[in-house]
Design a protein around this ligand. Structure first.
Ligand SMILES: [Zn+2]
Length: 374
């Protein structure tokens, strides 16, 4: 065990930092399966099977091996895919099975085994939901691909075929009769598909930090939901530059108060690691320790709200060593091996307020009508 026993923030009315006792080790589940490598492009593509290769190797390191509970993935059924996707689109992806590679959009390929792999990605996430909702595991991380958050109901885009996290949230509500789910999307890119899946719904709150303007172009402050869903989409568009301190600051000033007021029954993290400081696609500055800090914030408020039920779902992250090191820190945090945030005062002092305060002000302006806590 490493790290300071003190937590770096506390909830209103909760015990002080020193009084807060950490639970014994959490039971953390992982979804992994070599079949996730079967989605293979026929030429160089950043979203490659090598991403999972490095993660699966990391899970075999002595420090990690045997500490996480394996969750056996399964294929998502047609009915489960239809929670988010229209049958016509599912049919289109299915028609690529066994065929030579086709491009569904300029970035998004489907090859011979991609349909199967994508169904297994969605189903693996659902298997993690089952374990966590039933209380058989405290939390879980689905190491799956292809990623999902750009996939719209009727089309694949941005490396994504089926929207794993959106299907999982809709499934959790329907199958287990949960009232509310929170999806936190810290990927570099805005999760347009996830946002649109729940844009007019109050039972799924979508929160996203992302580089803006940037691919896919959505995710401005004023996109707050529509109809009954107004106030249940929260966008934090960012110029390149924010790092550990700024991300933590956003999570503490915007996400945490909204989450505490919303009180979801389950929390999902669309965990993209392309905000890593050396990622080839992004301009953010988050370090492995920074990801652990963000995970800690989420796990701690989830503990207050929904018994710590958090399912992490892999999205982007294209610097292989960065992806590996960052996921490792998040996993250790999920299990309670490290209490990230021990250097919180230094992190807090390091916030570039000039960079981040105008953004926070604009998010608050857009969201204040919906949230008393802001
Ligand atoms: Zn991304």
């Amino acid at each position: 065990m490493t790290g300071s026993p003190g937590r770096f923030y506390k909830f209103k009315g909760s015990k002080s930092l020193q009084e807060t006792e950490r639970d014994p080790m959490a039971q953390t589940g992982i979804v992994r399966d070599d079949r996730y490598m079967d989605h293979v492009a026929n030429s160089y593509h950043p979203e490659s099977h090598h991403r999972l290769e490095v993660l699966y190797q990391m899970l075999e390191e002595p420090e990690m091996k045997g500490k996480y509970v394996e969750i056996r993935p399964r294929m998502a059924t047609q009915e489960e895919l239809e929670l988010i996707h229209v049958p016509r689109y599912i049919q289109l992806v299915a028609s690529t099975a066994g065929q030579a590679c086709v491009m569904l959009d300029p970035d998004t390929y489907a090859c011979s085994k991609s349909y199967e792999t994508a169904r297994l990605a969605a189903g693996g996430t659902l298997a993690a939901v089952d374990k966590v909702v039933r209380g058989e595991l405290d939390n879980a991380f689905a190491f799956i691909r292809p990623p999902g958050h750009h996939a719209e109901s009727n089309r694949g885009m941005g490396f994504c075929l089926f929207n794993n996290v959106a299907i999982a949230a809709a499934y959790a509500l329907k199958k287990y009769n949960l009232k509310k789910a929170l999806i936190i999307d810290w990927d570099l890119h805005h999760g347009n598909g996830t946002q649109h899946s729940f844009y007019d719904r109050a039972d799924v709150l979508y929160f996203s930090t992302h580089q803006f303007p940037y691919y896919p172009g959505t995710g401005f402050f004023n996109e707050v939901g529509s109809g009954a869903g107004r106030g249940f989409t929260v966008n934090v568009p960012l110029s390149p530059g924010p790092g550990d301190a700024e991300y933590m600051h956003i999570f503490q000033k915007i996400l945490e108060p909204i989450a505490l007021e919303y009180t979801p029954d389950i929390v999902f993290v669309s965990a993209g690691f392309d905000v890593y400081y050396n990622d080839p696609l992004g301009g953010m500055q988050v370090t492995p320790q920074g990801f652990a800090n963000l995970a800690r914030i989420v796990l701690d408020f989830a503990k207050e709200i929904c018994k710590g039920k958090v399912v992490f779902v892999l999205e982007g992250g294209y610097h292989l060593e960065g992806l590996r090191d960052s996921v490792k820190e998040v996993l250790k945090t999920m299990r309670g091996d490290i209490l990230a945030g021990g250097k919180d005062e230094n992190i807090r002092k390091g916030v570039d307020h000039q960079m981040i305060d105008p953004v926070i002000r604009k998010v608050k302006e857009a969201q204040k009508p919906f949230w008393k806590n802001l």
